[in-house]
Design a protein around this ligand. Structure first.
Ligand code: NIG
Ligand code: FE
Length: 415
C-alpha cells in the first residue's frame, strides 16, 4: 500500500545519514525541505523529493494527502516516562504550591511510595486501561514512540505485573513502546532495614526472570541520596548487563553524588535528569556515546534548577529531551511543551530542541536506526502540524497543534 504526502510546506527531516544521533553544532541541522513530498510503502519511507519525480511510479490505488498547508516533523520519541501508574498526586502538587519540596513530601511517606501503594492495589487490567488512554493522548500530541518504566511495584509480583502490562500494551497499542525494568526506583517500605536483601532480590530473582521472559529491554536505577547509592547502582547495572539488558541511569536529579561518572564508566545507553551535573561529569560524558536525556518538565513542575543543556550541547554531548511523564515530578506528556521549556529556560534553540526530541530520543532508546527522522528506509512515523513554520511549534505553547498523525504509514483517526 502506498501513501504519498505531497508538497509539504516544510518537511523537517532531522536526517542524520545513518548516524545514530547528532551532537554539538550538528544538533541545529534539522534538514528542512520546502515543498517536498514523501512516499510511504508498507509503512516505510521509500522516497523523498519532488512529487513530479515519482508520480509515474505511483500505483493507481495509492492514497494521497495534500501537505501544502502543513509542517511535517518526525513523530516524537519520548525516551523517559513512567506512564504506567495507579492513582494520582494532585495533593502533593498543592503542598508544593505552599512551599513544601518534593523531598519533604517523600520524607513524609508521599512521593514514589504513594504511587507504589496505588499501583500495587490496581489490577493489571486497570493499569492497562488507564495507560492505554494516556498513550492515545500522547499520540494525539505527536508522540509515536515511548519508553515506559516499571518501578511503582517494588515487589516481585507488582514489578512483574507492571512489566507484563507494558509488554502487552506494546503488542496491542499503536504507539511503539520499549520497556525498562526500574525495580531500583525506591526501597520498598517492607525492606526498610534490609537494603542488601532487596538488592539481592532485584539482582538474583527479578532480573533473571524479567530478562528470560523479555519483559524489558533496559534496566534503570534511581541513583540519588535516599534512594540508591553509586555502589548499589553499579552492582545492579553490572548484573543487568550480564542478563543482556541495556542500561539507563537516573542521575544528578537533586544531588551530585557521582551517578553520571558511573554512567560514563559503564557506557550506558542514556543517563537521565542531570539537573545537578558537575563540570567534571560533563567532560566525562563528552568522550562517550551515552545520550544525556534532559527532562525540562521536572524542573518546571518541581521548581528545581534546570540541567545545563547549553553546556552539555556545547561540550559535544548528545542531548535528548523527554517528558519523564509521571504522577509526581512531571504530570505532562506534551513533548512540544518540553521543547518550549527547553527553549525558554535552558537556552536550547528550537532546532536543537527538535533534534533532541526526535533523533536523539530514539538514540537513547536504541531505535534511531528505525525512527527519529524522516529518511528513506525509516518507519513512516510522521506528524503534520497546522502551523506556518516549524519554529511555531515550541513558540505557541499550551495547545495541541498536531493536525494529522501518521503511524507506520497509516493516517490515524481519533474519535
Ligand atoms: O524521574 N526520579 C525518580 N523518578 C521520577 C519521579 C517519580 C515519582 O515521583 O513518582 C523522576 O522524576
Ligand atoms: Fe524518571
Amino acid at each position: 500500500m502506498q501513501l504519498l504526502i505531497s508538497n509539504i510546506r516544510q518537511l523537517v527531516t532531522v536526517r542524520s545519514g545513518g548516524k545514530p544521533f547528532k551532537a554539538g553544532r550538528e544538533m541545529r541541522d534539522i534538514g528542512v525541505l520546502e515543498n517536498a513530498s514523501v512516499l510511504i510503502e508498507n509503512g516505510v519511507i521509500t522516497w523523498i523529493g519532488n512529487a513530479s519525480d515519482f508520480m509515474n511510479t505511483l500505483q493507481p490505488d495509492a492514497d494521497t494527502l495534500d501537505g501544502s498547508s502543513y509542517v511535517a516533523l518526525p513523530g516524537f520519541v519520548d525516551a523517559h516516562t513512567h506512564a504506567l501508574f495507579g492513582g494520582s498526586r494532585e495533593n502533593e502538587f498543592a503542598l508544593r504550591s505552599e512551599g513544601k519540596t518534593y523531598q519533604d513530601i517523600a520524607a513524609q511517606g508521599g512521593g514514589i511510595l504513594s504511587t507504589v501503594n496505588a499501583t500495587r492495589a490496581a489490577t493489571k487490567r486497570e493499569l492497562k486501561k488507564a495507560t492505554s488512554k494516556r498513550l492515545d493522548a500522547m499520540m494525539k500530541h505527536g508522540t509515536t514512540t515511548v519508553e515506559i518504566k516499571s518501578g511503582y511495584g517494588l515487589s516481585e509480583e507488582s514489578e512483574i505485573k507492571m512489566l507484563e502490562a507494558i509488554t502487552e500494551l506494546a503488542d496491542e497499542h499503536l504507539i511503539s513502546i520499549r520497556s525498562t525494568f526500574l525495580g531500583a526506583h525506591a526501597l520498598p517500605p517492607e525492606f526498610k532495614d534490609r537494603r542488601a536483601e532487596y538488592i539481592d532480590l532485584l539482582c538474583n530473582r527479578m532480573m533473571p526472570y524479567v530478562a528470560k521472559r523479555r519483559l524489558a529491554q533496559f534496566c534503570d536505577v534511581f541513583c540519588e541520596v535516599g534512594y540508591f547509592s553509586v555502589e548499589e547502582s553499579r552492582k545492579i547495572l553490572e548484573q543487568a548487563r550480564t542478563h543482556g539488558l541495556a542500561l539507563k541511569l537516573h542521575a544528578d536529579e537533586f544531588n551530585s553524588i557521582g551517578g553520571t561518572t558511573l554512567a560514563a564508566q559503564l557506557q550506558v545507553a542514556s543517563v537521565d535528569h542531570l539537573e545537578h551535573i558537575s563540570e567534571d561529569s560533563i567532560a566525562g560524558l563528552r568522550r562517550g556515546k551515552t545520550v544525556a536525556v534532559l527532562l525540562p518538565g521536572v524542573s518546571f513542575f518541581l521548581r528545581n534548577p534546570y540541567a545545563p543543556a547549553r553546556k552539555l550541547i556545547d561540550a559535544g554531548v548528545p542531548v535528548a529531551i523527554a517528558s519523564d511523564f509521571n504522577p509526581g515530578s512531571c504530570m505532562s506528556f506534551s513533548m512540544p511543551l518540553m521543547m518550549t521549556i527547553a527553549c525558554t529556560q535552558m537556552s536550547v534553540t528550537p532546532e536543537e530542541a527538535i533534534t533532541a526530541s526526535t533523533l536523539n530520543g530514539a538514540a537513547a532508546m536504541g531505535v534511531s536506526d528505525q525512527v527519529g527522522s524522516i529518511e528513506v528506509g525509516k518507519r513512516a512515523d510522521i506528524v503534520l502540524y497546522d502551523i506556518p513554520h516549524y519554529r511555531y511549534l515550541a513558540y505557541h505553547f499550551g495547545t495541541n497543534l498536531a493536525a494529522k498523525i501518521i503511524k507506520n504509514g497509516t493516517i490515524l483517526e481519533f474519535p
